[in-house]
Design a protein around this ligand. Structure first.
Ligand SMILES: [Zn+2]
Length: 61
């Protein structure tokens, strides 16, 4: 069984932030992204639109 690692760069969703993350599942990745947004992008709301944008920018590596 091979596990694809999912990867997301914050800049891919329209910020000028150099943060990126990886996770084994989309669910885990979204948790990390939500945590990052909360800690580093004060006031950034993870709206349904943003979630869609994030999901469409997830890369499998
Ligand atoms: Zn960021």
């Amino acid at each position: 069984m091979s596990i694809m690692t999912k990867s997301l760069s914050c800049a891919d969703v329209g910020t000028d932030c150099s943060w990126s993350t990886t996770a084994e599942t989309e669910e885990e990745l979204m948790k990390k992204v939500a945590q990052h947004a909360k800690e580093e992008h004060e006031g950034m709301e993870v709206t349904p639109e943003l979630v869609e944008k994030i999901k469409s920018n997830i890369k499998e590596i």
